[in-house]
Design a protein around this ligand. Structure first.
Ligand code: NAP
Length: 473
């Protein structure tokens, strides 16, 4: 069985230690991944610091041109990389292909943005002085990414950091390292100088600690659970290390009485079932105005029953496996808890009896407000629905969560659109839309969903320091 390499200072290196990578559709080991210990991570940071000196001096245009080369190489290998994603994450191949396309788009956007780290000249206060504002790269960045969109979410960090003139040590999720290795190969072929981008795997706690405690690592950018995010916040205090945190979500969907029913169901299906519900912006709680409640449920259940569950490599599959056995257990626990509280299972509700970690696409009617699925990320294809009577009640329920990543609403009332935009507590508000992500728009959350934004011009800004230069004339 092949052992895949880490990428250290320009070398793709198979190390002495490795671990198993499992295909969640079959529950079987498909590859081994090299791992490193903390001392190797410390060396990677040192090499990234050495590389930083030259990389930051390259003009933005030059860095952008290299990023375009990386994008072209990822694009050239797009089919192979999509298969890696399906193999290690389980999502249907068409969704993996979409993820690779999104990653290429991110790379191209930030290749262009590399030229746009604008400073400014401020009108002077006294006539003998002039004031400039410069944007400077923060330095070596430690990036930690999750398994649910293993390529796109890593690229969302690496591309803007490199564009800004930073160098990056990436630690991907242990379950999904193979597409990150493919990305490292693309960076290598594109000719990124040694040490500008590196890939490490191993104990998450040890690597995280090295990123936190090594003074050469100037910023940590993390996507993952709120629980681990809180650990990083505690660890960052000692060195006041800046953190960018993209954490958990618990998105509400609100279907108002004036919604286009077909669009509302279609948008909800996408927001709920994409990646088998394992998305930080997945619809978690669905509130439907009482006047549309029964027709909405009827249509949602009909469409949910039609979803084809299967191995992501089968072109017919629309719902792949969950990431592991524990995820199946949590989905079951959330369904049983809701049922105990009075919910009715309209379809699904159980694990699928086959090898791999599959769960049936599920619709729950009258999900109780206090149930687990209405409060915690289910991260599974489970759609809990309940009725509401007026707008104020819907907004109050939507905001009653410690999370604030995304929110969805379906309505044709323009005045209401503005009220929702102003009052919903979420970093991304999708109106009549099931996928609010766009490369050129900021992505991130409020409250316990995190700090900072990725993508858009904000994505570059996250890796720049602001310096004021005061000049006596
Ligand atoms: P996770 O368990 O927090 O893991 C995320 C990453 O952190 C992985 O690379 C993991 O490594 C690493 N990690 C674990 N413990 C660590 C520690 N003590 N120090 C440093 N790093 C550590 O989250 P997940 O289960 O992979 O991802 C699902 C979560 O991510 C959900 O909550 C989801 O909502 C959130 N998410 C948020 C966004 C967003 O943009 N806001 C996007 C996608 C996902 P190992 O794999 O080696 O354990």
């Amino acid at each position: 069985m092949k052992t895949y390499p880490v990428y250290l200072n320009g070398e793709l290196t198979v190390t002495d230690t490795s671990y198993e990578v499992t295909n969640p559709a079959k529950g079987e080991v498909v590859a081994r991944m090299s791992s490193v210990d903390r001392s190797v991570v410390a060396q990677a940071i040192q090499d990234a610091q050495t590389a930083f000196v030259g990389w930051r001096q390259l003009a933005g245009k030059g860095r952008g041109e290299l990023l375009f080369q990386v994008a072209n190489e990822v694009y050239r290998r797009r089919e192979e990389i999509a298969r890696f994603i399906t193999l290690e994450n389980g999502k249907p191949l068409t969704q993996s292909q979409g993820e690779v396309a999104m990653a290429v788009d991110h790379l191209r956007w930030f290749a262009e943005e590399a030229r746009r780290a604008y400073g400014r000249i401020i009108p002077h206060q006294v006539k003998e002085k002039r004031h400039l504002v410069l944007k400077a790269p923060v330095g070596v960045v430690g990036a930690i990414s999750p398994w649910n969109f293993p390529l796109a979410l890593a690229v969302r960090k690496v591309a803007p950091a490199l564009a800004a003139g930073c160098t990056v040590v990436l630690k991907p999720a242990s379950r999904t390292p193979l597409c990150a290795v493919a990305f490292a190969e693309c960076a290598d072929v594109a000719g990124l100088p040694n040490g500008v981008f590196q890939l490490v795997t191993g104990s998450a706690a040890e690597i995280g600690r090295e990123f936190l405690e090594n003074p050469l690592c100037r910023k940590i950018t993390f996507t993952g659970s709120t629980e681990v995010g809180k650990t990083l916040i505690e660890g960052a205090a000692q060195q006041v290390k800046p953190l960018a945190l993209e954490l958990g979500g618990h998105a509400p969907v609100i279907v108002f009485e004036d919604a286009d029913l077909n669009k509302a169901v279609a948008g909800t299906m996408t927001a709920k079932f994409r990646n088998s519900g394992q998305s930080c912006i997945a619809a978690n709680r669905i509130y439907v105005h009482r006047s549309l409640y029964e027709p909405f449920l009827k249509s949602l259940v009909e469409q949910t029953k039609e979803l084809k569950v299967g191995d992501g490599l089968d072109p017919e599959s629309q719902i792949g496996p969950l990431i592991d056995e524990e995820a199946v257990g949590r989905a079951l626990e959330h369904v049983e808890d809701a049922v105990r509280g009075g919910a009715r299972v309209l379809c699904g509700g159980n694990r699928v009896e086959r090898t791999g970690f599959f769960f049936e696409p599920t619709v729950l009617k009258d999900a109780p407000k206090g149930s687990l699925c209405m409060q915690e990320e289910t991260f599974a294809p489970v759609a809990p629905v309940c009725a509401f009577d007026d707008e104020a009640e819907a907004i109050e329920q939507a905001n009653k969560s410690p999370y604030g990543l995304s929110a969805y609403a379906f309505t044709r009332d323009l005045g209401r659109v503005f009220r929702l935009a102003e009052t919903l507590e979420a970093g991304m508000i999708a109106i009549n839309d099931g996928v609010p992500t766009a490369t050129q728009a900021p992505f991130g959350g409020l409250k316990q969903s995190g700090w900072g934004r990725e993508l858009g011009s904000e994505g570059l800004e996250a890796f720049l320091e602001t310096k004021h230069i005061s000049i006596g004339t």
